[in-house]
Design a protein around this ligand. Structure first.
Ligand code: FMN
Length: 222
């Protein structure tokens, strides 16, 4: 009797761990050396709003995510972008349309694990495009980065000032993504004009969070 209960318990634990594990997607490790210098990337970065229909590779996506919020000092969890008090109030979400090896849907980047977590698998680009005031850069993109602030993580320490700090950090992350996109010869543009509540609804975000920036990315047209 006892062994039957133990077996059932084991099966439940095993199956639930499999379900949880299948919710996570490994990303290729980021490269720490590239083909373009920082100076070149700074001089070449331009807002690009039209892209080819080609898919992004998982390597390219991984590199962009790492540039935005990747861990560069595992012991203390420090990242590519600075953060007030190392409290990291910004998470990167993705609206994926065309990335090799990924289904269309919403994903969240987990910096510590350098993995993606599946949030929801369904095409959402049309809704994001409408919420972003029908900007064609969104519609043509292979993936849209959504930088989301979770204010509680920072306002407990810095009060109202923490809101400003979160916005500043968002700019750091966005610039890292944009420069990395340039270095990978991809097109990208930072988007501030969108209906926040509508995007938050699509993502099912909890109250106390806010979508600050959208960054559509795609392959350059030849
Ligand atoms: C806070 C912010 C919001 C922006 N919002 C949009 C936007 O909604 N749509 C867009 O096409 N470009 C947007 N841009 C990009 C600017 O239009 C662009 O940076 C500017 O024209 C200068 O061009 P450059 O980025 O190529 O240097 C935004 C830029 C910033 C910094």
């Amino acid at each position: 009797m006892l062994s039957k209960i133990a077996l059932k318990l084991f099966l439940i634990l095993f199956l639930s761990s499999q379900v949880l594990a299948s919710n996570l997607i490994d990303l290729p490790p980021p490269k720490l050396k590239g083909e373009m210098s920082l100076e070149e990337a700074l001089s070449l970065r331009r807002s690009i709003r039209s892209y080819s229909k080609e898919a992004l590779s998982l390597e390219e996506l991984s590199q962009l995510l790492w540039a935005g919020s990747g861990i560069t000092e595992p012991r203390r969890g420090f990242r590519t972008a600075p953060s007030a008090g190392a409290l990291y109030p910004i998470d990167i979400y993705l609206f994926v349309s065309r990335v090799s090896g990924l289904k269309e849907g919403i994903y969240k980047y987990l910096p510590k694990e350098h993995k993606l977590e599946v949030v929801r698998l369904e095409p959402v680009l049309r809704r994001v495009y409408e919420a972003a005031l029908w900007q064609s850069s969104i519609f043509e993109s292979a993936v849209v980065f959504a930088l989301v602030a979770f204010y509680d993580r920072i306002t407990w320490k810095y009060g109202q000032r923490g809101v400003m700090y979160a916005h500043i950090e968002c700019g750091h992350i966005a610039q890292n993504v944009l420069l990395q996109a340039t270095a990978l010869k991809l097109g990208a543009v930072p988007i501030g004009a969108f209906r926040e509540e509508e995007i938050a609804k699509i993502m099912n975000l909890p109250s106390g969070s806010e979508v600050i920036y959208l960054i559509p990315v795609g392959k350059l047209r030849h």
